[in-house]
Design a protein around this ligand. Structure first.
Ligand code: C5P
Length: 224
C-alpha cells in the first residue's frame, strides 16, 4: 500500500512524510534525496553537469540502494552533504533529465514493490505511483516556506537573507513546475493540505486520519 506526498520545496513534506510513516507503520521514501545524491556525486566527480550525455551515462551506472530505510550510493551511506545550496542550485541538471528520471522512477517502483510505503517528492502521485490508495499535495505560501527555510538555517547556525532564500525558492518552484517530464503537479485524485497555519503535529494527525479511512480492506471507509 502506498501513500504519496507531493508538493513544492519547503512545504514540510519530508518531516511530515517521515512522521506519517511512523504513525502508519509504513516505510518512508525521500525521493528528493535520490536526485540530490546524484547531483552531489556528479559535482564531486568534477563533471560538467551541463554535458547531458556524460551526466546521463555517469548517473545510470552509479549503483543506488535502499538498505534498512537508508539510501546508499556506490556502497556509501548518503548523509547531510546532499543538502547544500550548491546541490540545490545544480539539481535541475539531474531532475530535468528524462532518462535519469525514468531510471530513478524505476528504482522507486522496485524498492516499494508491494510493501507499505509513504513516498514523498514531486511526481509520486502522478508518475511513480498513480495507483496509490491515498495521495496528498502539501503546500504553503512562498513566504511561509522561505521563512521555514530561514529558521532551519538559523538552527544550523547559518545566517541568511530572507529575500535571497525566497528568490532561490521561487526559481526552484519555477523549474519544478516547468520541466517536460515529472514536473511538480497535483494528481487529480490528491487531497490538498495548506500547511501555512497548521503545526506539523496537526498536519500529521489529519493525514493519518484520512489515510486510515481510505486504507483498502474490510474496515475501509471510503466516505472521506
Ligand atoms: O524534496 P527536495 O527539496 O529534497 O528535492 C530536491 C529537488 O529534487 C527538487 O527541487 C526537484 O527538482 C527534484 N525532485 C524531483 N522529483 C522528485 C523529488 C525531487 O524532480 N520526485
Amino acid at each position: 500500500m502506498i501513500v504519496t506526498i507531493d508538493g513544492p520545496a519547503g512545504a514540510g513534506k519530508s518531516t511530515i512524510a517521515k512522521l506519517l510513516a511512523v504513525e502508519l507503520d509504513f516505510q518512508f521514501l525521500d525521493t528528493g534525496a535520490m536526485y540530490r545524491v546524484l547531483t552531489w556525486d556528479a559535482q564531486t566527480a568534477g563533471l560538467d553537469l551541463s554535458a547531458t550525455d556524460r551526466l546521463t551515462a555517469h548517473c545510470l551506472v552509479r549503483p543506488m540502494e535502499m538498505r534498512a530505510g537508508h539510501l546508499y550510493l556506490a556502497g556509501r551511506l548518503v548523509g547531510p552533504e546532499i543538502r547544500t545550496p550548491d546541490v540545490a542550485r545544480d539539481i535541475h541538471f539531474v531532475a530535468d533529465n528524462p532518462v535519469i528520471r525514468q531510471h530513478l522512477v524505476n528504482l522507486q517502483r522496485r524498492w516499494v514493490d508491494d510493501q507499505n510505503f509513504v513516498s514523498e517528492g514531486r511526481d509520486q502521485g502522478t508518475i511513480a505511483f498513480p495507483q496509490a490508495f491515498c495521495k496528498f499535495f502539501l503546500t504553503a505560501s512562498p513566504e511561509t516556506r522561505a521563512r521555514r527555510r530561514q529558521a532551519q538555517l538559523q538552527q544550523q547556525g547559518v545566517d541568511s537573507v530572507f529575500e535571497e532564500i525566497l528568490a532561490a525558492q521561487l526559481e526552484r518552484d519555477r523549474r519544478d513546475q516547468s520541466r517536460p517530464t515529472g514536473r511538480l503537479l497535483k494528481a487529480l485524485d490528491a487531497i490538498t493540505i495548506e500547511t501555512d497555519t497548521l503545526a506539523i503535529t496537526e498536519v500529521v494527525a489529519r493525514l493519518k486520519h484520512i489515510a486510515l479511512a481510505r486504507r483498502p480492506g474490510p474496515q475501509s471507509d471510503s466516505s472521506c
